[in-house]
Write a protein that binds this ligand. Structure first.
Ligand code: BGC
Length: 752
């Protein structure tokens, strides 16, 4: 009896240990036994059908065995309009208008895990309404270049902030029964030559900066699928990169799901089959018939195919297919998600400067809204990340509605013509590089004159500058970060007529503010802020809520100050020729794999050197003592927050800091408290400081709260290139607590 009880106890303990230690990735293996039975019933042809696209946005299941197709949807800021089966052209549906959520840099400006989670749930729910299994997002690459075409899609220049938001976005989506496909893995930081560029990067920088957001979302969030990027990393395309996909992703991080190549980003049969790719999107020229042929010649085994199929089926089994008679029966955009979009937008807006102009004073009776960006809808454009929104409140609409309530007159004039951008027509006959937008137009004299007259007639000017989605877009990087369309000349003329100016920047990335800043007593970063962007902006301008966004990236004073430029690493030898565009040229599509390979070999081989290493963003500016225009983490409020240090100590394997935060103002407001670490007397090379913890705190007017921030030792480790492992350097740390990377309010020292 004793023995039976003992054995029972052992079984229970083992079972307990197993459940307890099961990682989010291991949960994906729950159906492996069933999956193996299914694989045993499949023909080789059926298996191979699963390894490539079926339509432009799906890959095949096995109808005969009751396995549904996998349906993908672009994200990451709203479920993309339904396209034709064979491409991105609209399918002309009426129920596929989605909620347009604030774009990536705006979400990141909230510095809120809670917002990222809710955002994910909104996206996940709308995906299911559309019958989608996998969202092609979040897009989490580090913003390395201020000119980056996808800066607006990505989150932050900081790995810790990006990783936290990537994790919570992932959890939000997957908790709604939709899978994420986190992208673009990895080091996809430029659009110039994105289809062919070879990124030369050292292992420490790779691990500490560029892989972090993926690592957290995969290990802690259980991200079910991953999209390898277009570019190469240290010699190999990401879609067949042994180090990235097999050694790190599957080996070290224990990834159990599937990888889906970026569209047109698969490059060979053997490379993909041996080095970690599951699904070729789109086309079947590599992972279709050539796989069957390779098995026939013995170059591949059917077991290798089975393993790929198993990984795909794990995701298929984890995600319940939406029944055909349920999908697309109601509008994609739902009020609950619209409310989330609004909340995120409200928390994203960053007050960069305020010389007592905002919130708009009661004396103001006439407002001149100047600038076409006040009426510009930002939902569509920019390629993959565009959204067909059910509605979008523009800044002018939001301001007008709110001003009416206060009996304020709003007058509008465009001031400039927006840069129309490239036309996305048929692919060019010649290998025409996707050029960076040439946006150096001068001001339009007639529009300028009207703007000056309007400014003269108003008490306050709201100047809307910034970029648009033809200037900041997937497929090309900006040539510079200057304000486009003659905006500087226009603002100079307006300032003479009426210096009472609030400049609102509608853009996804940073712009050069050297002319605008001295002419604007107040500056607001308004982002591409989703369906409710205009509503949120009006709430902030009129003081219904206090602004609380913080910059997720550095606004350099000039482009040349930023690290990749200062070191001549970008543009470097990057000419702009984009293999991606080439792959979609009609004559190239018709080529045999051999001809195509020959053509690829004949192309120039651009390289991007990352010799700035981990000195990305503020890590560079702070270490080199270069003052930016606005620092990472910067963002003002309408109230003052007081920080009083309580205690800093090491407790177990954590560093802890406790402090009192007081809202000294007369309105409720949020503050994002930021904790940076500076190393004292270190033997290892470190940047001047690094963000290691943060928290968004909501305080009532006059409220004080005790806050504790923690840094686990694991987050203090560095990648030791000698041992090829994470290492902890013991020694003294200076903790720098504050409201921005350049606004440190308290410091304390601890020893680890
Ligand atoms: C983009 C991806 C996108 C895919 C499908 C590619 O061009 O890089 O981010 O998900 O297209 O639209």
């Amino acid at each position: 009896m004793k023995r039976i009880l003992f054995s029972l106890l052992c079984v229970c303990l083992v079972a307990f240990a197993c459940t307890k230690s099961q990682t989010p990735q291991e949960k994906l293996t729950a159906n492996d036994a069933k999956i193996n039975e299914i694989i045993a019933q499949m023909t080789l042809e059926e298996k191979v059908e699963m390894l490539h696209s079926k339509t432009n946005m799906s890959s095949a299941g096995v109808e005969r065995l009751g396995i549904a197709d996998m349906n993908y949807a672009d994200g990451p800021f709203g479920i993309r309009e339904e396209g034709q089966p064979n491409g991105f052209m609209s399918a002309g549906w009426t129920l596929d208008s989605a909620t347009y959520f604030p774009t990536g840099s705006a979400l990141a400006a909230t510095w809120s895990e809670d917002m990222a989670y809710k955002y994910g749930t909104g996206m996940g729910k709308e995906a299911r309404l559309r019958g989608k299994d996998v969202i092609l997002g979040p897009a989490v690459n580090i913003q390395r270049l201020p000119v980056g075409g996808r800066t607006y899609e990505y989150l932050s220049e900081d790995p810790m902030l990006s990783a936290a938001l990537a994790l919570f976005y992932t959890k939000g989506v997957q908790d709604e029964g939709t899978a994420v496909c986190i992208k673009h893995f990895a080091v996809n930081n430029q659009e110039t030559n994105r289809g062919s560029v070879d990124v030369k990067i050292d292992e420490r920088t790779l691990r500490e900066i560029y892989l972090k957001p993926f690592e957290r979302a995969i290990i802690e969030g259980g991200a079910m699928s991953v999209m390898p990027a277009y570019n190469k990393v240290n010699g190999d395309y990401c879609s067949e990169n042994e180090h990235l996909l097999n050694e790190i992703l599957r080996g070290e991080w224990g990834f159990k799901g599937m990888t889906v190549s970026d569209w047109g980003g698969t490059h060979s049969t053997m490379g993909a089959m041996l080095h970690g790719l599951n699904v070729q999107m789109t086309g079947s020229n590599y992972l279709g018939q050539p796989v069957i042929d390779s098995i026939a010649t013995g170059a591949l085994t059917e077991d290798q195919v089975d393993e790929k199929v198993r990984q795909i089926l794990r995701v298929r089994f984890a995600i319940e297919p939406v029944p055909a008679d349920v999908a697309n029966t109601q509008m994609t955009s739902q009020p609950e998600s619209q409310q989330i979009a609004r909340e995120v937008a409200e928390k994203a807006i960053v007050l960069l400067k305020n010389e007592n102009v905002l919130p708009i004073k009661s004396e103001v009776k006439k407002i001149a809204v100047i600038g076409q960006n006040a009426v510009l809808k930002t939902q569509s454009g920019g390629m993959g990340a565009g959204v067909k929104a059910l509605y979008e409140v523009t800044p002018l609409e939001g301001i007008t509605r709110r001003a009416e309530k206060a009996g304020i007159k709003v007058m509008y004039t465009p001031g400039y013509k927006n840069y129309p951008g490239r036309r996305w027509g048929p692919a060019p006959a010649e290998p025409n590089p996707l050029e960076a937008a040439a946006i150096d137009e001068s001001a339009d004299p007639e529009l300028l004159q009207k703007a000056v007259e309007l400014a003269q007639a108003a008490d306050l000017v709201l100047f809307f500058g910034g970029t648009n989605k033809s200037i900041e877009t997937e497929g090309s990087d900006r040539k510079d970060i200057k304000l486009p369309c003659g905006q500087e000349e226009l603002l100079q003329a307006i300032a003479v007529a009426n210096p009472n100016i609030v400049s609102v920047l509608i853009s996804g990335g940073p712009t050069d503010l050297q002319i605008l800043e001295p002419l604007s007593p107040a500056i607001v970063q308004g982002w591409w802020n989703g369906s409710e962007g205009g509503t949120a902006l009006a709430e902030v301008l009129f003081g219904d809520i206090a602004p609380s966004g913080k910059l997720p990236f550095t606004f350099p004073r000039q482009l040349e100050d930023s690290p990749a430029y200062a070191l001549g690493n970008f543009p470097g030898n990057n000419t702009g020729a984009d293999l991606f565009t080439l792959m979609f040229r009609p004559d190239v599509i018709k080529m045999s794999p051999e001809e195509r390979q020959k053509l690829i070999e004949s192309l120039p081989k651009p390289i991007s050197e990352y010799t700035e290493r981990f000195y990305v963003g503020y890590r560079w500016f702070d270490t080199k003592v270069i003052t930016p225009m606005y620092a990472f983490g910067h963002g003002l409020s309408y109230v003052n927050f007081n920080y009083t240090l309580d205690k800093a100590a090491v407790s177990g394997d954590k560093v802890k800091i406790a402090f009192q935060l007081t809202n000294e103002g007369d309105m409720d407001a949020d503050e994002v408290v930021q904790l940076y670490v500076h190393r004292i007397d270190s033997q290892v090379e470190w940047p001047e400081k690094e963000l290691k913890a943060f928290q968004r705190v909501s305080l009532k007017a006059g409220e004080t709260r005790r806050i504790i921030l923690e840094i686990p030792f694991d987050d203090l480790r560095y990648w030791n290139e000698e041992t090829n492992a994470w290492d902890l350097e013991h020694g003294q740390l200076q903790l720098q607590l504050g409201a921005a990377s350049d606004d440190i309010r308290c410091t304390a020292e601890v020893t680890i």
